[in-house]
Design a protein around this ligand. Sequence first.
Ligand SMILES: [Zn+2]
Ligand SMILES: [Zn+2]
Length: 581
Amino acid sequence: MDNAEIAAHLEQLADLSEIAGENPFKVRAYRAAAARIRDLPTPVQELLREGGLEALEQLPGIGERIATKIVQLLETGEIEALRKLRERVPVGLLDVLAIEGVGPKKARAFWQQLGITNVDELERAARAGKLRTLPGMGERSERKILAAIERWRAHQGRYLLPDAEADMRRVLAAIRETGDAHRLEAAGSLRRRRETIGDLDVLVSASRSDRIMEAVRALSREVLGLGETRAAVVLRSGMHCDVRVVDDRSWGSALHYFTGSKAHSVALRGLARSQGLTINEYGVFRLREDGTAGERIAGDEEPEVFLALGLDYIPPELRENRGEIEAAAAGTLPVLIERADVCGDLHVHTTWSDGRESIETMARAAIERGHRYIAITDHSARLAMTGGLDAKRLREQWREIEAAQRSVGDAIRLLRGIEVDILEDGTLDMPADALAELDVVVASVHSHFGQDLETMTARLLRAIESGRVDILGHPTGRLLLRRDPYAFDPERVFAAAKAAGVALEINASPLRLDLSDTLAKAAHEAGCALVISTDAHHPTHLDFLRYGVDVARRGWCERRHVLNTEPDPERLLARLHEGHR
Ligand SMILES: [Zn+2]
Ligand SMILES: [Zn+2]
């Protein structure tokens, strides 16, 4: 069991304890421990092996009681306290908790006072107008909950990239351990780097499959189908996983086939037919007159599949039938940006607002990752819950940035920045003279998401045209699987951003991925500059850059479209300020 799985158990322990009405200090301790374990760079198993229970207890936020629970989980596969809670608290309430706007306190009230134990019952109660009988609830909150339930249903069975990757790592490791796999790769939407993942597809080439199938079965909580060449299972996380075993000769065509997307494959098959060829998972074949497959001409390796059709190699991220086949035929596919092209991070939080570590710690973590620069962009004062900065504290922060710069040396350039709130009317939550002294001004919407399209568009335009903003942060405000984008007109916003020289952020946090792939494409096609930033609140979040690069690649971005591919901080700042400062 890895750290993410341990953290998920502790998180559930916290949620169920809170719904059960247990001591708030205990609940908070579970939650803190979950966060601590999730961010731990070393696997807990390894810590225990090397330092025993003591090593675990010595971690900040993990006392003896929680350490014992973790050991219990690793030894028996469950935490006794969690098992008991599951008997007392209806497990369906965990789904209720996943509804946006419902926290543990509300879930408890629904359960205790209205007898609600799952989402269906919550929906019925909201429709019947029963929720408004609870204190603090009204007709409006009922409507909000119904809308949130609808969104939750639409997202059911989809997973964020890090969760899908964690499951995929487990499956690949288990298959690799059999020693029977010649070649092994993640296919499907995970290989195409879609923003959320529905199920996992794994491709293996091997000459025997029995031990591989057994390894997959051992990871599952339910087997949907198990044959010699295919296993379909539900993993412990609830995620569906399909494993295909092929022989070495079919590797290339099978990898293409199981990578998809369906729309891409259908279009490619059409092209093949028009050339007197046919493609399936076994290879590319000449079509006989009677319509059956004849001589096999390609398929050992994936690039051959494209070559056989007269196409350039199409990277998996582009395989959505959004013009990539035509571009591959014309030789005009983009040279996609890569992670190594990105030289720094322009959206980083510290303990000056809601980040978890100091400026210097974040700087050192960025140096470890090879960054040439990072912008320290803590929140402005309006986000009071994050301890945001007013002009006075902002200036105090500059002294600490300077001190941190002296301390870490010139391996990295620390840029003075802010993530300033775009207020309800489009004004900025910081005086202009303070903003003018900053290297990097990221401006973001964090409130009044419900404004209508006209109001929100005008609000964004006002911020963009203020002459104070360098980057529009997480431009649509969405939270994947949680909150839809706010209503606004991307066309007008992109046109204004281009005119003012304001860059649009691809927020690389896997909870956001905002801009999305299609909007990122529309933005650079409209002539806007992009940046890829992590919005890191912890040193490990600096690694999110690669998710932002995934989005950029799916959005057909080349290196030249993304400003923070510039290695030199001075030249970067000149580009960032161009057109409005
Ligand atoms: Zn933000
Ligand atoms: Zn932020």
